[in-house]
Design a protein around this ligand. Structure first.
Ligand code: DC
Length: 223
């Protein structure tokens, strides 16, 4: 049954800090909708690259963004964003998107386009009888849901994170992405005041999940 007051769990952190792996397990454990907002920025980036609109083309960019119809479908317990009815393809994890996504994500109009869409995922979680949602990204605890029930911030040493990405077979300049994501003017990647800071460098995935799970269990019993 849907919770009358949906629980909101925010997980922020740099690239390859373990957000996705931990939030998928927690979503399953507590019956929450899983929302990976990084995939939304990747999808918009992929779409704008296809339309050949550079981050610097302000007018073209705003017109293109206004033409995007965003909707949601579920993939298991994860929210999948559809752009004009189309789900993301493998391209969103490509090297080209890895190299460009932070530049598009720094543009206020891009962030504005996703703001209400992301907040609207609460309604999706209710519609599908989840007990709330777990949303991962860079600005979830600071901007999207500053009053979330739980706000976690995951840290990990860059060398360890690069190793994780390489193990997934990906070429990803995580340090460069973090630099751009942390220094942008709008909604930079930062550990918000009051968030629960977890350094996962020397922790296994299971240990990270247990830490977060113990906090969440103070409000919500496992499903
Ligand atoms: O989580 P990820 O590495 O797949 O995210 C890809 C990029 O999207 C990330 O480098 C910055 C951007 N992003 C963002 O700016 N804000 C979010 N809430 C999520 C991602």
């Amino acid at each position: 049954m849907a919770n009358p007051t949906p629980i909101i769990v925010a997980i922020d952190g740099g690239a390859a800090s373990g957000k996705s792996s931990s939030s998928k397990i927690l979503a399953e454990r507590f019956n929450l909708l899983h929302v990976d907002t990084g995939s939304f920025y990747r999808q918009i980036t992929s779409e704008l690259l296809k339309q050949e609109i550079a981050p610097t083309e302000q007018a073209g960019l705003e017109a293109a963004l206004a033409g995007l119809d965003l909707s949601t479908q579920l993939d298991g317990r994860s929210a999948q964003m559809l752009i004009n009815g189309q789900a993301a393809d493998d391209e969103i994890r490509s090297q080209t998107v890895n190299e460009n996504v932070s530049h598009y994500a720094a543009i206020p109009a891009v962030r504005q386009t996703l703001l209400s869409y992301q907040r609207g995922q609460i309604d999706e979680s209710q519609k599908h009888d989840f007990r709330g949602l777990i949303m991962e990204g860079r600005d979830i605890g600071s901007v999207i849901f500053p009053k979330a029930d739980f706000r976690f911030f995951l840290h990990a040493d860059p060398a360890e994170r690069a190793k994780r990405r390489a193990a997934e077979g990906q070429t990803d300049s995580i340090v460069e992405r973090d630099r751009i994501d942390s220094s942008r003017k709008v909604s930079p990647l930062t550990c918000p005041d009051g968030a629960i800071d977890i350094d996962s460098t020397h922790l296994t995935l299971n240990e990270v999940v247990t830490k977060m799970s113990d906090y969440i269990a103070t409000k919500l019993s496992p499903a």
